[in-house]
Ligand binder design. Structure first.
Ligand code: ZN
Length: 187
């Protein structure tokens, strides 16, 4: 496995819609997924999409959120190939998001609270799940990457974006009563 270079805001690959994977069972795809996993862990992210490592393919990974995730410090990762997502309700919430392709910055983004997602794993098995909370948010963020969309185009307010230190000092303190204070890791 190898750690890959992460593309950053300004590189056009982040604004391209990705192509579906045709050769799902190919070893090349497995290698991409392993390398993306190592890259995400190294960068302390919670999700990563292929365009973030300069690959125009519908592949995304994210840390698996379950009760026993911290047993033995084991990190479980879900890889989704050719994913589809849909909302379960119209309910939304607003949270601060970061992105490994926009390091040091945070933005306040509205997302659906509950979604369904479906895709294939690297063995060609169908993964079909419902998600809410952080998992729903990360999946929507990564899916957006596959569509060439960055969270900066989904800000609830154009002022709700900036360097994380400034956001901590200004936004979170000023708006403590209005907004949830939770900070997300980069994805
Ligand atoms: Zn991102």
């Amino acid at each position: 496995m190898s750690i890959l270079k992460i593309s950053r805001l300004g590189h056009p690959i982040l604004l391209e819609k990705t192509n579906p994977v045709q050769n799902i069972l190919d070893n090349e795809i497995k290698k991409i997924i392993y390398d993306m996993s190592e890259t995400m862990i190294d960068a302390k992210g919670i999700g990563l999409a292929a365009p973030q490592v300069y690959i125009n393919k519908q592949i995304m990974i994210f840390r698996t959120f379950n009760e026993d995730h911290d047993k033995n410090n084991e990190i479980k990762i879900t890889a989704l190939i050719n994913p589809k997502i849909s909302k379960i309700t119209n309910e939304t919430d607003e949270q601060w998001e970061g992105c490994l392709s926009i390091p040091g910055m945070l933005g306040l983004v509205k997302r659906y609270k509950k979604i369904k997602y479906e895709g294939l794993d690297m063995n060609g098995n169908i993964i079909k799940k419902e998600a809410e909370g952080l998992e729903a948010r990360v999946v929507q963020h990564e899916y957006d990457h596959l569509m060439g969309i960055l969270y900066t185009s989904r800000l609830v307010d154009e002022k709700a974006f900036g360097f994380s230190e400034e956001i901590e000092d200004f936004w979170k303190n000023q708006n403590k009563d209005k907004k949830d204070n939770n900070e997300l890791n980069s994805n």
